[in-house]
Every structure is written in C-alpha cells, then in structure tokens.
Design a protein around this ligand. Structure first.
Ligand code: URP
Ligand code: ZN
Ligand code: ZN
Length: 465
C-alpha cells in the first residue's frame, strides 16, 4: 500500500516548495509534482491543502523511566512515546544510565528492556557514564558498535553523577578514538553544593533557592571547562540543556575559534523564567513544578537564546523531558528544595511552543525544521535516514497545520505527569497527521498506533557536518 500526501507545502531545513510526498514500504519513495496523475489505484491519500509537510521531530534529550532524585521519572517508554507522537515527535534519543559501580553493558541492556515492545515511535539511546575506570573505557567501543554513539558526562550532582576532570578527559580521548560524541552537563557542581548546603542551613528551603544556588556563572565556567577539555582532547563536544547568556557566549567564542562545539537549549529556557520558581502567593511550593537543572533563568536570557538559535550558535532544541508528579514525587522536597526531583515534562509540547518563534519572526520555518529534526539527526548519526524529506528517507512526517489553536493543559496532554508547566497557554500550530515510518500514528488528535510500533535505531558515529 502506498500513501500520497497531497497539496501541501514541503518544508525542509533548506527549502520550501510545493510537492506531493509518495510513501512506499515505510520510506519516502518520490516527491511528485502536484496534480500528477498516478495509475496505481492502491494509494491512500492524505490531503494537506493549506498545510505544511515537515520531517517528524527528533527529540535528542529525554529521560523515560529513569531513577533520579529518589524516585523514577513518571513517563515510561509507552506513555512518553505516545505523548511525543501526539506532539509531532517521531524519534527520541533517551539516556541509558550507568549505575555507580555498574557497567555500561548492564545499563544498555536495562534500557533495551525498558523500551522494547513498549515504544510507540522509534528511539535511540545515549549512555550516561557515571564511572569510567579503564574497563569502562574499553566498553565504550562495544556500546558504540551497537549504535549508541554518544555519552553524557556530568560536571554536576557530586556523589551521584559528577565525574572529575581526569575521568572526563579520559572519556573524551576515548570518544575521539571511537567516533563517539561527548554530551556535557556543564555546571561547576562542587561549589554549587556548598551554596546549597549553606542555603538549607540558613533555612532557605523553598524551590526558588534551587535557582539562587545555581548561578549563571557556574554554568558559564562549566561550559568553558567542558570546551577547554574537549579542545585539549581534540574532540567535538555537545553542551546539553544550555540555559544562560554567559554559557552561550562561551559556546560562541569556541565556535568563532573554529572549534567543533555544539549546544542545545530547551523550550523551558525560552518560555519560562526564574519567577516561576517563586510559586504562587498562596503556595511557594508550587515553584517545585519548575525545578530543573540548570535552573530557569531571569527572562532577559530568552532573547539571547532565540538569537543563538537564529544565528546558528545553538544547533538544537530538545526537551530534557524528565517528568515528576507533584504528588508523591516533587513533594519529596517540601521543606528542602535540594530534595525536589530535578526535571520537567516537555516531550509533547516542543513543536507547539517553538512554532510561536516562527509566528513571531524569531526563526524561519526552515530553521524550525532544522533545530527540531535535521540538526539533531546530523549531530547524532541519524541523517539522512531521519530528519529530512528526501527519497529513501524514513517516512517520519508531519502534516502541520500552522494555524490550529489549542490550549495546553494537563487534562488534555498525554504525558503521565499531574501538571503542565504551560497550563492555560494558548498555542498555535499542531500536527493533523503524524506518520512514523509511513504509518499514521496520530490523526487529528486520535492515537492510531500501538505499543511496540517503535524500533530501536542504531545511530552512526559522529561526523563533522
Ligand atoms: O533537571 C534535569 N535536567 N533533569 C534531568 C537530568 C539532567 O541533568 O539532564
Ligand atoms: Zn543534565
Ligand atoms: Zn537531561
């Protein structure tokens, strides 16, 4: 059975043109002139009149079913990927996490078990390395051969995830040898911990202190150090969840010097601010909904991040989807902000929110496609199979209605979490059809896929693009 998406405007990272998209056997088979008559009768047609046909979103940063902060992120591979599909994301790259003292192999096996038979859309993995003695450095090559070609390292969370500079540097050198990419959580974590302890001792326990104890400068120095270590190791580096102007400036300086430094930001850093962490006049603990790391920053950072996206200083917008319910999870930190599980939901709302940037002229439609699909596909070894509209690519496609209005609410979103950080916000733009390898998995808000439709994607090694 073939599918023809008719009468739409195709938008890729580089071009905008009128064409019908023909899909056969889960791949894009042809781009056809509109009106061209085809002889075969066995064609399903999807009418995209007045709409755009764009690549399915790739979210390169999710945490599904992850043990963290004394609990587990509440979306598993079923609920998280169904929610992603509703929002127009057709591939995620989730973080497998090495247990302290455990092996990378165990972590990868565990993540395969979590995802297999559950995911609604395709998925890949990064590996979070929390411990890299020589044996683990050797194991990195096995993991890369299995299509997990990026490793996240942490400069924050002492005693839990933080790696010292020597370990980071060794892992970077190894990554360079095997074609892997290092993704860095770049915050200088040890002094942050001192600030946190002092705040708690002074009785400053409300969620806002999460932001006040993790200043912008800690992220800027972390970013600078990550880039310096990568420069010494002569390897590329990708800074995850960049939130602040001064951290961005460190990336810009590196890129101006020609270094292969890349960075992503997330919608929460473009649309929310430190003020949200103050909660409501009645309940300061409402601010716990917005506790993520790095923290939300004062609103003046937004324009710098949008400019970074427009000017190619930031390459990707992913979500860092790491959802915890208020009830029973965020509540763990009532009376001590440092015990609030860090993370926010977002896998479903990324494209809706970023389309506002297109409507307001902050980014072009082509740049929207690039930062949500094409650039993550290229950086993380999925391109050209995913992330673009081209003959031979997977038919991961959206029919995107750029005028569709709806109001974001926890009641209508599909993530399992019991709140939305964007409750009541009206957004414009939504997919009417979401196709994953040619199969329509969401049509006008109805989920038509099934558990286990998604497949593990082996990613290629890093190549400078
Ligand atoms: O708050 C966050 N970002 N939670 C997820 C873990 C991480 O650092 O990405
Ligand atoms: Zn992180
Ligand atoms: Zn994360």
């Amino acid at each position: 059975m073939k599918t023809r998406i008719k009468n739409g405007t195709v938008v890729t990272a580089s071009d905008t043109f009128t064409a019908d998209v023909l899909i056969e056997n889960s791949k894009i088979a042809a781009l056809i002139a509109p009106g061209h008559i085809m002889s075969s009768a066995d064609i399903r047609e999807i009418d995209a009149t007045g709409k755009y046909i764009i690549p399915g979103g790739i979210d390169a940063h999710t945490h599904l079913d992850m043990p963290f902060g004394g609990t587990n992120s509440i979306d598993d591979f079923e609920s998280g990927t169904v929610a992603a599909a509703h929002g127009g994301t057709t591939t995620i790259i989730d973080f497998a996490i090495q247990k302290k003292g455990g092996t990378l192999r165990e972590a990868l096996d565990t993540w395969h078990q979590k995802a297999e038979g559950k995911a609604a859309i395709d998925y890949g993995f990064h590996m979070i390395a929390t411990d890299v003695p020589p044996a683990q450095l050797d194991e990195m090559a096995d993991i890369v051969r299995e299509g997990v070609t990026s490793f996240k390292l942490f400069m924050a969370y002492p005693g839990v995830l933080l790696l010292d500079d020597q370990s980071i540097f060794r892992a970077m050198l190894r990554a360079g040898e095997i074609g892997a990419l290092i993704c860095m959580h770049a915050e200088t974590g040890l002094p942050i911990d001192v600030l946190v302890q002092r705040a708690i001792a002074a009785g400053h326990t409300a969620p806002i202190y999460h932001a006040l104890t993790r200043p912008e400068v800690a992220e800027a120095t972390g970013t600078e150090r990550a880039i310096a270590l990568a420069e010494m190791a002569k390897v590329p580096v990708y800074i995850v969840h960049l939130s602040a102007q001064r951290a961005l400036e460190r990336v810009m300086e590196a890129r101006d010097r020609g270094l292969p430094a890349y960075a992503e930001t997330c919608p929460q850093y473009l649309f929310l601010s430190e003020d949200d962490l103050r909660g409501t006049p009645d309940d300061e603990f409402e601010g716990a909904k917005y506790v993520c790391t790095p923290p939300l920053r004062p609103a003046h950072h937004h324009e710098h991040l949008w400019r970074g996206l427009r000017n190619y200083d930031l390459q990707v917008v992913s979500t860092d989807h790491c959802p915890f319910c208020m009830k029973g999870q965020k509540e763990l930190g009532r009376g001590d902000f440092s015990k609030i599980p860090n993370g926010m939901p977002g896998v479903e709302t990324r494209l809706h929110l970023l389309w506002e940037g297109v409507r307001e002229g902050k980014i072009s439609m082509n740049r929207f496609v690039e930062i949500t699909a094409t650039a993550p596909a290229k950086i993380f070894g999925l391109y050209p199979r995913k992330g673009t509209i081209a003959v031979g690519a997977d038919a991961d496609l959206l029919v995107w209605d750029g005028e569709k209005r709806h109001v974001l609410s926890e009641r209508t979103l599909h993530m399992r979490v019991d709140y939305s950080p964007f409750e009541g916000k009206e957004v414009v733009g939504a997919p009417t059809h979401v196709l994953s390898r040619g199969k329509v998995v969401v049509e006008n808000g109805q989920y038509l896929g099934k558990k286990g439709d998604g497949r593990f994607v082996r990613r290629g090694t890093f190549a400078l693009g």
